[in-house]
Design a protein around this ligand. Structure first.
Ligand SMILES: [Zn+2]
Length: 245
């Protein structure tokens, strides 16, 4: 039983990687993790590899400080600290995505806020903060490469679901991997719609009540599974799916 829970988590990380690649959320860069299902002080994340290519054997257990468990010496992602810092700050968070999706980038460098405007994106939250690494760390290469920077980013995220990273990308925190993937796929779509709508003129965003109407959806809701299954099959890894929870 214990082994099957862990095995499922490893397979789900592979599925999540393949989906994000297939849906164009990540390219050679970007990553996704899940909190260890049996030890909340660890998380599962691939070694440094493009998400489209990630396999079961690439997934490594890390402690929240970003150290590989068991002395795995394969190069890890430089920005793995994003994951551990968010898990450390937010005990309820079970999955984290970091990506550089192009459609989101204009909102990381402009003063126009990214807001949910389409119903599929309502669960990205009413407020999407923008974190600027320069505020605390001055001129850097913009990458989050240590725990101090990761924790600063986690503070920027606060209690929200998504934080934009100035000139860089975004980090999303969710209650499950299917939820994290759903948010990460619809976040760029919402950004594209908002950008197009602003070209046309005034924009009507979702109201707080409309956003909250979706907030009651559980992370294991059948609607969440429906998208996860669909995207997994589309990404060619339907064989890795386990039975619906
Ligand atoms: Zn990055």
């Amino acid at each position: 039983m214990t082994q099957s829970v862990l095995d499922k988590a490893f397979r789900d990380v592979v599925i999540a990687n393949r989906i994000l690649a297939n849906e164009g959320v990540v390219d050679a860069y970007g990553h996704v993790s899940v909190r260890h299902p049996l030890d909340p002080t660890r998380y599962l994340l691939s070694r440094s590899r493009a998400p489209e290519l990630v396999e079961r054997g690439d997934v490594i257990e890390f402690d929240l400080e970003g150290k590989p468990i068991g002395g795995d010496t394969r190069p890890p992602y430089l920005e793995r600290f994003i994951h551990g810092a968010i898990y450390e700050a937010r005990p309820e968070v079970q999955a984290v995505v970091h990506a550089h999706a192009e459609a989101v980038l204009p909102f990381t460098v402009s003063t126009t806020p990214l807001r949910p405007v389409v119903h599929m994106a309502s669960f990205i939250g009413a407020r999407i903060p923008v974190w600027d690494i320069r505020d605390s760390f001055g001129d850097t290469n913009l990458l989050v490469v240590n725990m101090a920077q990761g924790r600063d980013l986690a503070r920027g995220l606060g209690a929200e679901r998504v934080v934009l990273m100035r000139g860089h990308g975004f980090a999303a925190a969710a209650r499950s991997l299917p939820e994290a993937i759903r948010m990460s796929v619809y976040l760029p779509l919402n950004a594209r719609v908002l950008t197009e709508a602003m070209r046309l003129g005034e924009v009507k965003a979702l109201s707080r009540g409309e956003i909250e109407a979706h907030a009651s959806m559980k992370p294991d809701d059948p609607a969440m599974w429906r998208a996860w299954e669909y995207w997994a099959v589309r990404a060619g890894c339907g064989d890795l799916l386990t039975a619906r929870p």
